[in-house]
Ligand binder design. Structure first.
Ligand code: GLN
Length: 296
């Protein structure tokens, strides 16, 4: 069997390309090789996944084959499909991503569901709301919430100016650029409160665990967005003493690692003595989100 990446181009149909590329990615240890090949090939050919599968005998042009091979080589080196394509869907919207930002995960949609549920429970759907997203990255949290809550304005902060540029572009793309401000800041080093909701998906991986992550994360997500210090909780510890001032009467909603909800809830309880604290699970059933009512 000829190597798929060097196989004679003029004989390649979609069917043979799928078979060959799937073998290559499987050999490289890519978890869902067949699914990734279909997505990358469909995107390269400008077809929907359904149209791709409906025309197995269509020949690839030389140029298409070359571009598809380039994308498959990147995936074989364990670059995620989202990074190869330059965007990722989050809560039903496409977000541009770059090497400067964390690739948005479906788990993080738990924070959106929690925030929207809280807004409904508090009866805040029509109030002028102020939202803060600390460590905004691609902007997926703040931009999604502003799209879902037309009554809100928001601030996204990040240490990385390169990330802020991506977030700003995503806000403009989704029509909420006029309601969003992006500021370079570390943790809560801004004095622009008070806010109703503060969200954060901080870096929370323990430093020693980073080496054990999948290459898609370890190599391609920015370390700044992953490394939470010796036990992963450094950023929560730095944020906690500052929450009450920025959020005298609102909700703090954060993402946590699968085994961190108890420790983070303890930190927040000790610092804030909150009247309410909740832990929410993601779709995989892991404790993923801690939400705390603050009140002065
Ligand atoms: N959820 C990411 C992961 O485990 C980590 C993101 C983060 O540290 N906030 O891959």
């Amino acid at each position: 069997m000829a190597d798929p990446l060097t196989a004679s181009r003029d004989l390649t149909t979609i069917r043979t390309a799928i078979t060959h590329f799937t073998r290559t990615l499987t050999a490289a240890g890519v978890p869902d090789a067949a699914g990734d090949v279909r997505r990358l090939l469909a995107e390269t050919l400008g077809l929907s996944p359904a149209a791709l599968l409906a025309s197995p005998e269509r020949m690839l042009t030389e140029d298409e084959h070359e571009r598809a091979s380039g994308n498959m080589l990147r995936r074989a080196s364990r670059e995620p499909v989202s990074r190869i394509l330059g965007e990722r869907d989050f809560y039903g919207r496409a977000f541009a991503i770059s090497p400067a930002v964390l690739d948005p995960r479906p788990d993080t949609e738990t924070l959106i569901a929690t925030a929207l549920d809280i807004v409904a429970r508090e009866g805040w759907q029509r109030e002028p709301l102020r939202l803060l997203d600390v460590g905004t990255g691609s902007g997926c949290l703040i931009v999604t919430l502003l799209c879902e809550l037309p009554n809100a304005v928001g601030i996204g902060t990040d240490i990385s100016t390169a990330a802020l540029e991506v977030a700003h572009a995503n806000a403009v793309r989704h029509g909420v650029g006029g309601r969003t401000q992006f500021l370079q800041a570390d943790a809560l080093e801004i004095e622009t409160g008070p806010f109703h909701l503060m969200l954060t998906n901080p870096p929370y991986i323990a430093t020693s665990e980073i080496a054990n992550l999948d290459p898609e994360v370890r190599v391609h997500d920015p370390r700044l967005a992953l490394d939470g210090g010796a036990d992963g909780l450094d950023v929560y510890r730095r944020l906690t003493p500052r929450i009450a001032a920025a959020l005298p009467d609102g909700w703090f909603i954060c993402e946590v690692g699968y085994d961190q909800a108890g420790a983070v809830a303890d930190l927040l309880t000790t610092a804030l003595r909150p009247p309410q604290i909740e832990i929410h699970r993601d779709l995989a059933g892991q404790n993923r989100c801690v939400a705390v009512r603050t009140r002065s």
